[in-house]
Design a binder for this molecule. Sequence first.
Ligand code: SF4
Length: 95
Amino acid sequence: MSDQNKEIKISKVVVDRNLCIGAASCVAVAPSVFELNGENKAVMLRKDGTKNSGPVNKAELTDQQIADDMLLLAAKSCPTNAIFVYDEQGNQIYP
Ligand code: SF4
C-alpha cells in the first residue's frame, strides 16, 4: 500500500436508479461489471451471483480485478452521471 503515486483507489460504486436512463454506456465500457436489468436500469454483477445497483464494494464484484481506470471511465461515460464512485475513505471520486 504505497501512496508514492497518488493513484485513486476505488472502493465502492453505486448506481442511482433514479438518474439511470438505461443508456448502457456503462455496459459498453465495462460489461464485466454493469448490466441492464428488466427495467432498463444498470445493475452490477456481484461474485455471490446477485445483481443490484449497489452500493457495492469493489471486492464484492464478480470482476473485482477490473482496473479502477475502467470503472471510472464507465462512470464518466454515463450521460446522466448516475454512477457514483467512492474511494477507500468514503470520499466521492465521481461525479
Ligand atoms: S450509462 Fe448511466 S444511464 Fe446508462 S445504463 Fe449506465 S448508469 Fe444507466
